[in-house]
Ligand binder design. Structure first.
Ligand SMILES: *[C@@H]1O[C@H](CO)[C@@H](O)[C@H](O)[C@H]1NC(C)=O
Ligand SMILES: *[C@@H]1O[C@H](CO)[C@@H](O)[C@H](O)[C@H]1NC(C)=O
Ligand SMILES: *[C@@H]1O[C@H](CO)[C@@H](O)[C@H](O)[C@H]1NC(C)=O
Ligand SMILES: *[C@@H]1O[C@H](CO)[C@@H](O)[C@H](O)[C@H]1NC(C)=O
Ligand SMILES: *[C@@H]1O[C@H](CO)[C@@H](O)[C@H](O)[C@H]1NC(C)=O
Ligand SMILES: *[C@@H]1O[C@H](CO)[C@@H](O)[C@H](O)[C@H]1NC(C)=O
Length: 636
């Protein structure tokens, strides 16, 4: 096994983590081969190019155990130990050392058996436990584990039965999980595992990157994985309304000469920063730092003075009806001691019901995640913005995301593309995400010679992006053999919705089919094969339902899906919950919600939404049946 962490001392692990961060330039938790290339380039070793390429190839080959074209931290630790003394390891170390000039990793090869865990952030544990305690305090299904003690590891035990995770997912994106599918009573290892499958597959469906997490990891409560997953779930909930179409008052943040479209392109983080600065400006206080691409600290406010002003600006003033008046006590502003000042600021936040996520120490140390969460929560509770009544604003532009767009976006994000996709079209305009998706469907991408990577030059940025788009279309036509008639790089670069969707759908479809083909030893799969498998499985199990194709109106009732789930895992469907006969739209939706959650619970990673079944959207219907077929072919 390459789970080596158990054999490594804590110090060494920390050193390796440090080294990993140095190589992981884009900070996404994985090393990809272009990062290795950049590392070697920066290290400026006296090696010929072919030698460097060889080393990188070897590192990728030996490091990437699960063949996802990326090296995770675990994999990194494993290669480091296997290559202890080889020339390649030495050169690799040299490159890391030279890059920083100081770092010496793995100085000794002695492996102590003391450390057994990845290190994790106790600050995060503390913050998330308090957040969850509050969020679920009235949920009768969580009484058996809540409230958790934020100062010990009770969180990691508590998540083991999956219930808390399911509840938190459903809070972040309401209605993601059908209550009826959660196992609640007399849990056994098997029924707890089902809950965890439901949680993981649902997390994936809302866009969490869960590729390297399994139900067993959660069952065992592996701290770094639990915290990593929880952060993603919590963040999705915190960010849900930081979006123009969900909150038109955000248009108050428009600057001179900007259009709504410009504002719509900003990420939630950027909008939050704007929001904070908007209020600071109104307070006559200096702005806090922008997001810079290399320093990822979003709110440089370690002296907590900006927070004082922010609280003061957003606190309700009792001017509207039923609005309380909360006067922020600014006397702590002049406190000399950083920690005490932060504490007195947080006492004021508490009066707004917003003492969440950060401790005084987290404010002073500038913990980026927790400060971001603190500010996001402030925004959600007290945005204190007024929708501008400006004639010039073209509100017609403001269309919310369609279901299909959201599903595609969640799918990409769940595969861990970088950067995170917030806006389907805008964030794909340089094709980098699309190129990463090609890798997921095993189309090789020539990152070194064919791809322009950010930071783009100030002049000619768009040309660089367009070149990437052209390459993306070329790969689609020549390598992936997609049907891309009438689609050019320019269309992706323009963010043309129809044409971008056409390409993205083919990527998702191929991805879905690849998963099936891998399970079936590489045999080609098409729609007919899936339909036949569905029909055969249904009839073998004695079910009466069948489908003719993915447009079959019968699918609207979800009965064929429910029957198929019951055929794959006999006895899993409670038929007393299933509506039959003449169904109203509401009945259909109830069945569909039950079907989608049940599919996830038995282990199918379904991205589609219940409405897709009710409306029989053929593309999404196809993915549902394909995922179930995949699950049916797996011997579990
Ligand atoms: C955490 O502390 C509480 C008391 O506050 C205790 O009941 C619980 O057993 C502890 N849990 C763990 C996992 O240490
Ligand atoms: C999920 O959210 C919906 C809507 O908020 C709610 O009706 C449902 O009971 C929730 N289910 C769970 C499992 O919390
Ligand atoms: C961000 O802030 C730094 C100084 O803090 C400034 O030099 C830089 O120009 C700013 N960047 C943008 C895009 O505003
Ligand atoms: C504001 O806080 C200071 C210090 O905590 C306290 O002495 C003072 O009474 C407070 N003022 C009000 C109006 O509450
Ligand atoms: C996107 O491309 C299609 C097909 O070429 C075209 O009909 C449509 O007008 C384009 N959309 C926009 C917004 O340019
Ligand atoms: C299942 O679907 C296939 C493909 O349409 C069809 O040929 C076959 O007859 C169907 N089988 C049943 C049992 O309905």
């Amino acid at each position: 096994s390459w789970e080596m962490a158990g054999k490594i001392s804590k110090d060494e692990l920390e050193e390796l983590q440090e080294a990993f961060r140095k190589v992981d330039l884009d900070n996404n938790g994985f090393i990809s081969d272009y990062e290795l290339h950049d590392l070697f380039k920066e290290a400026n070793l006296p090696l010929p190019g072919y030698k460097v390429r060889e080393i990188i190839q070897k590192l990728m080959l030996e490091g990437d155990r699960n063949k996802d074209n990326k090296i995770s931290f675990d994999e990194f630790v494993a290669i480091f130990h296997e290559l202890q003394s080889s020339d390649i390891a030495k050169t690799f170390r040299k490159a890391i050392n030279r890059k920083e000039g100081i770092l010496a990793i793995g100085g000794t090869s002695e492996l102590s058996s003391e450390g057994t865990q990845h290190s994790f952030s106790e600050e995060e544990r503390y913050a998330f436990v308090n957040w969850i305690n509050k969020a679920l305090e009235n949920d009768p299904d969580c009484k058996h584990v809540l409230p958790m003690d934020p100062n010990n590891d009770s969180l990691f035990k508590a998540v083991g039965d999956g219930i808390v995770l399911c509840k938190m997912i459903n809070l972040s994106v309401p209605d993601t999980i059908d209550e009826r599918t959660i196992n609640k009573k007399k849990l056994t290892p098997f029924t707890a595992q089902e809950n965890l499958n439901l949680a993981l597959n649902s997390a994936s469906a809302i866009g969490c990157h869960v590729v390297n997490i399994g139900a067993l990891d959660l069952r065992e409560g592996k701290p770094h994985l639990v915290l990593g997953l929880l952060w993603q779930i919590i963040k999705i909930g915190l960010f849900a309304d930081i979006e123009l179409s969900r909150n038109e008052a955000l248009a108050a943040l428009l600057r001179e000469g900007e259009t709504l479209e410009d504002l719509m392109k900003l990420s939630p983080e950027e909008l939050l920063l704007r929001w904070a600065n908007f209020h600071l400006e109104n307070a006559g206080y200096k702005k806090i730092n922008n997001f810079s691409s290399d320093i990822k600290i979003p709110f440089d406010n370690s002296d907590s003075r900006a927070y004082f002003h922010l609280l003061n600006q957003i606190a309700p003033k009792g001017v509207k009806e039923d609005e309380p008046c909360i006067d922020i006590n600014m006397s702590g502003f002049n406190e000399k001691d950083d920690l005490r000042r932060a504490e007195s600021m947080l006492q004021q936040a508490d009066r707004l019901g917003c003492r969440q996520f950060v401790t005084p120490a987290d404010v002073v140390s500038g913990n980026p995640k927790l400060n971001l969460a603190f500010v996001a929560n402030l925004f959600n509770k007290y945005p204190a913005l007024t929708k501008p009544e400006n004639q010039d604003i073209d509100w017609g532009l403001l269309e919310g995301e369609t279901r299909e767009e959201r599903t595609f976006r969640n799918w990409m994000n769940s595969l861990g593309v970088n950067p995170h996709v917030n806006h389907l079209y805008g964030d794909l305009q340089d094709a980098l995400v699309i190129l990463q998706l090609y890798e997921k469907i095993k189309v090789p991408v020539d990152w070194n010679n064919k791809v322009n990577k950010p930071p783009y030059p100030k002049i000619g940025t768009n040309m660089k992006k367009l070149e990437n788009c052209n390459y993306a279309v070329e790969l689609g036509k020549n390598e992936a053999k997609f049907s891309l008639v009438g689609i050019g790089g320019q269309d992706l670069n323009d963010g043309n919705a129809t044409l971008t969707l056409a390409l993205v759908w083919q990527l998702m479809r191929r991805y879905t089919l690849n998963v099936l083909e891998d399970l079936g030893d590489g045999q080609k799969v098409n729609d007919d094969i899936i339909v036949n498998w569905v029909n055969k499985t249904l009839s073998n199990a004695g079910k009466k339902t069948k489908i003719t194709n993915f447009k079959d109106k019968e699918i609207s009732s979800s009965l064929p899906v429910l029957d198929l789930i019951d055929a794959i895992q006999p006895g899993s469907i409670s038929y007393d919950l299933v509506k039959t006969g003449r169904l109203s739209e509401d009945d259909k939706l109830e069945n569909a919600k039950y079907a989608v959650s049940m599919a996830r619970k038995i282990g199918a990673r379904v991205y589609a939404l219940p409405e897709d079944l009710v409306e029989v959207k053929p593309k999404m219907v196809m993915t549902v049946f394909a995922c179930l077929m995949g699950r049916g072919m797996k011997k579990v």
